[in-house]
Design a protein around this ligand. Structure first.
Ligand code: ADP
Ligand code: MG
Length: 359
C-alpha cells in the first residue's frame, strides 16, 4: 500500500528487466508473429512459413530463407539491445529496416521457451540455440532461420490469463501476417495452424510493382476489394511546399482506395504503410477520410490500402515500442499528399462517368 515502508533502491535483475520490456512489446501471440516476420523480412527472406499450435500460445514457429545468423552471433542475438541493424545515431535517423531496437528476441526469450535454428549464407552448417539453457549444437537445415517460440507467457501467468480463445488469437496472428503480406508482394507467405494450411499468399512474379501489389491485394483481401477500388498513384511536387528547402524529395502515395459503395460500418479494411511499415496514424487516417467527406455519410468507413514513401529522415519511427506509431517532421505535408492522392483517385472515375454521360 501507499503507506508501506520504503525499500532500498536497487537495480533490477536482468531477467526482470527483460520481462518488463516484454510487456511493452508482447501483448499476445500476434505480437510475437509480427516481430519474427519483421526479422525474416529484414534478413531478406523470399518465403516465410508460420506454424502455429493453439492460436500461437503453444507454438509459434517462423521459418525463413533469409541470410541467417552465423553461429558466433547466435547467443548475442538473444541479448537485450543487441542488433545488427543500427550502430550509431545516424543509422537510427535514417533506419531502413523493420527492426532496430534489438529488443524482440530478448523479450520473447524471457517469457517463453525459445529456440533459434539458423544457417548463415555461405556457412557449411546450421546451429540450434536453446534460449533457456544457452546450449548451442549443430543441426541440419538449408540457409535461413527458424525461430520457435513455445508456451508463451508460461512464466508470467497473469499475462496468460488475458489471452482469448485459440480461434481469436489465431485470427490476430493471421491479421499480423496479412499486414506484412500487403506490404511485400514479392515475398511468399504460408500459415499453418494445427497442421492445416490456413492461408497461403504466393510471391508475385510480376515485373511491374503496381501489378504485383494489385495481385497481392486480390489474394489477401479478395477480388471485391480490388474490383471496388481505384488505383492511387500520386507524387507531391516541391512547389506545393514553398517554405521548404529546394530539391526536397516528393512524398509518394500509392495503392488502392475503395469506391464509396465499398465503405463499411467499421474501419477494418484500412491499411496504411509508411516506408513499408504498417502504421496506425491519425494524420493518414484523417487525410484519407477527409477525401471521402462529400461522398460518405455519418460513420461510414472507407476501405483502402495506402502506401506512403517519404525520406526516412522526415519520419521518426522510434516513438513506440512496437513501432506501430510514427511521427512526421511535417505532418501537413503528409496530410496534403494523402488527401490529394485519394482525391485524385476518386475523381478520375467520376470524371470519366460524367464525360460518358454528357457525350
Ligand atoms: P532487431 O530486429 O531490432 O535488430 P531482434 O531482437 O528482433 O532485434 O533481433 C536481434 C538480431 O538477431 C537482429 O538484429 C538480427 O541480426 C538477428 N536476427 C533475428 N532474427 C533473424 C532472422 N530471422 N534472420 C536473420 N537474422 C535474424
Ligand atoms: Mg526484430
Amino acid at each position: 500500500s501507499a503507506t508501506s515502508a520504503r525499500r532500498v533502491i536497487r537495480e533490477l535483475p536482468d531477467e526482470l528487466i527483460s520481462q518488463i520490456a516484454a510487456g511493452e512489446v508482447v501483448e499476445r501471440p500476434a505480437s510475437v508473429v509480427r516481430e519474427l516476420v519483421d526479422n525474416a523480412l529484414d534478413a531478406g527472406a523470399t518465403q516465410i512459413t508460420l506454424r502455429l499450435l493453439a492460436g500461437g500460445v503453444r507454438l509459434i514457429s517462423v521459418e525463413d530463407d533469409g541470410g541467417g545468423i552465423p553461429m558466433a552471433e547466435l547467443p548475442v542475438a538473444l541479448k537485450r539491445h543487441a542488433t545488427s541493424k543500427i550502430a550509431n545515431l545516424d543509422d537510427l535517423e535514417s533506419v531502413g529496416t523493420m527492426g532496430f531496437r534489438g529488443e524482440a528476441l530478448a523479450a520473447i526469450n524471457s517469457i517463453a521457451d525459445m529456440a533459434i535454428l539458423s544457417r548463415a549464407t555461405g556457412h557449411a552448417s546450421a546451429y540450434l540455440l536453446d534460449g533457456r539453457s544457452g546450449e548451442l549444437r549443430p543441426v541440419a537445415r538449408s540457409a535461413g532461420t527458424t525461430v520457435e517460440v513455445k508456451e508463451l507467457f508460461f512464466s508470467t501467468p497473469a499475462r496468460r490469463k488475458f489471452l482469448k480463445t485459440d480461434a481469436t488469437e489465431l485470427a490476430h496472428c493471421i491479421e499480423a501476417v496479412r499486414r506484412h503480406a500487403l506490404a511485400r508482394p514479392d515475398v511468399g507467405f504460408a500459415i499453418w495452424h494445427e497442421g492445416k494450411l490456413v492461408e497461403q499468399w504466393r510471391a508475385c512474379p510480376h515485373p511491374d510493382a503496381m501489378d504485383a501489389l494489385t495481385q497481392r491485394l486480390r489474394d489477401v483481401l479478395g477480388d471485391d476489394f480490388v474490383e471496388q477500388s481505384v488505383a492511387v498513384d500520386y507524387r507531391s511536387s516541391a512547389h506545393k511546399r514553398p517554405h521548404e528547402e529546394d530539391g526536397l524529395p516528393p512524398v509518394r502515395v500509392w495503392g488502392r482506395a475503395g469506391i464509396p459503395d465499398a465503405s463499411r460500418a467499421r474501419p477494418d479494411q484500412q491499411f496504411a504503410y509508411v516506408n513499408g511499415r504498417f502504421v496506425r496514424d491519425k494524420v493518414i487516417t484523417h487525410a484519407a477520410r477527409s477525401a471521402y467527406e462529400d461522398v460518405l455519410h455519418g460513420q461510414r468507413q472507407p476501405v483502402y490500402a495506402l502506401y506512403v514513401a517519404i525520406e526516412p529522415n522526415r519520419v521518426d519511427v522510434n516513438v513506440h515500442p512496437t513501432k506501430i506509431e510514427v511521427r512526421f517532421r511535417d505532418s501537413r505535408e503528409v496530410h496534403q499528399a494523402v488527401r490529394h492522392a485519394v482525391d485524385d483517385a476518386l475523381a478520375a472515375p467520376r470524371a470519366a462517368a460524367v464525360a460518358a454521360a454528357v457525350s
